[in-house]
Design a protein around this ligand. Sequence first.
Ligand code: SAM
Length: 393
Amino acid sequence: MSISNNKPKSKQDLKTTASSATDNAKSARDLSAVENDFVVESDSANSSAQESVAAITEQTTSDELSFVHDAVLLQETVAAVLGVKSLPKQTDDAGQNSLQMSGIYVDATFGRGGHSRLLLSQLADDATLIVFDKDPTAISVAHELANSDSRVKVVHDSFATLTDSLAAMGITQVDGLMADLGISSPQIDDGSRGFSFMRDGAVDMRMDTSRGQSVAEWLEKVDDETLANVLYEFGEERHSRRIARAIKQMDSYESTLELAEVIKVAHPNWQRGKHPATQSFQAMRIFINNELGDVDDFLEQSIPILKSGGQLAVISFHSLEDRRIKQFLQRHSKGQYPEDENLPMPPKRPRYFSKPKRVGPSKAEISQNPRSRSAWLRLATRTDTDYVADVQP
Ligand SMILES: C[S@@+](CC[C@H](N)C(=O)[O-])C[C@H]1O[C@@H](n2cnc3c(N)ncnc32)[C@H](O)[C@@H]1O
C-alpha cells in the first residue's frame, strides 16, 4: 500500500472544475463505445470498424487519449454522495454557488478524476477527499491534482483496502463513498494495456501494472477447465469450453489481436454489433483484477466506515456487479431474517442502509456518451444502526 499525504500547496481554483469536468465529458471521444459497437459480419466489416477507430484516434492527440474519460452519471453521483437532490447550476471561478460542504469523502476509483473534480467544487476548504486507484497512470493524474489542492489525499491501492488505508491516515469514518467501477476509457484506448481486442498490445489487462500477474502469464499456466470456468463465470460465455480449448492451443500470448482472432474463429455464434471476444476479454479482465472480490470487500467495509447519514454511491457497468450491489443493499436495508437453517430463531439482520435507489443515465447522456448506456448508479444512506461485526452476512 502506498499512501501519499500531499503538502498543502497554494490551492488552485478547483471550483472552476465543475464546468471543466462537464466540458471534458463533452469533448471526449468514447473509443470504448466504438469498440463495443464493433460489427462482426465479415473481414471487411472488421477492417472498416478498425478504420473508424483509427480515424477517431487520428483526430485525438496522444495526450488527450491518455487523459480523457467521460465521467458517467456525473451530477447524479456527486449530488448523491453529498446527500442532496441536485447540485447548484454552475459553480463559478469565485466559488459562487458551491455547496461548500465540510466532511471527509472517498472517490474509490479516481480514473481521470471527473467525479472527484466535480465533488471538490462543492466542498469547503476544510473538507478532505481521499482518492483510490489501482492504475499507476490514474494515480499520477491524482498526484497532479493533489499537488494543487491540499484537500486531496491519494492512495495507490485497491479500494478493497479501504479500512486499512484510511486507518493509516488516522481516519475511521467518512461522510460519503463513491465508486465508478470497471475500467476507464484511457485504459481501453491504450492498446499496450491489453484490455482492447481492437488495438494490439501485450496480453496484460492488469489495472495495477506494478504488481500481480498478467493475463498472458496466467494463460501460460492455467488448465483448459479452469480457463473455461473463468470465461463462463465472469463473462457468462456460453461457449467457454470450446474457446478455452482454442486459447490453450495457441503457441504464445503476446498479442491481444491474435488472442481476439483465435476467440473469434472458435466462437460458433457471432452476434451482430458485438465482437465475439467481448465476453471472454471481460471475463479474463475481471478475473485477473479480482474485480468482483474487491467490490464485495469494499461494500462490506462501507458499513462501519460510513457515518450515520453518510452516503454510498456506486456505478456499475455490467449485471455481475450490479446484481452484487443490489443484493448487498437489499440484505442490509430490509431488516430480514438471515437464511440460516441451523439457527431456529436467528436475530433479524440490522438495517444498516435506508432509501436504496437505482438511477440510470438520461437519454441525453446516452446520446452524448454511448458508454453510459449500460451504467447503473445505486445509492443508499447509512442509518444510525451501530455496526455489529459478527451478525450473519
Ligand atoms: C470507470 S473508471 C473511473 C473514472 C472516474 N470516475 C473518472 O471520472 O475519471 C474506473 C477506475 O477505477 C479503477 N479501479 C477499478 N477497480 C479498482 C479497485 N479495486 N481499486 C482501485 N481502483 C480500481 C480503474 O483503474 C479505473 O481507473
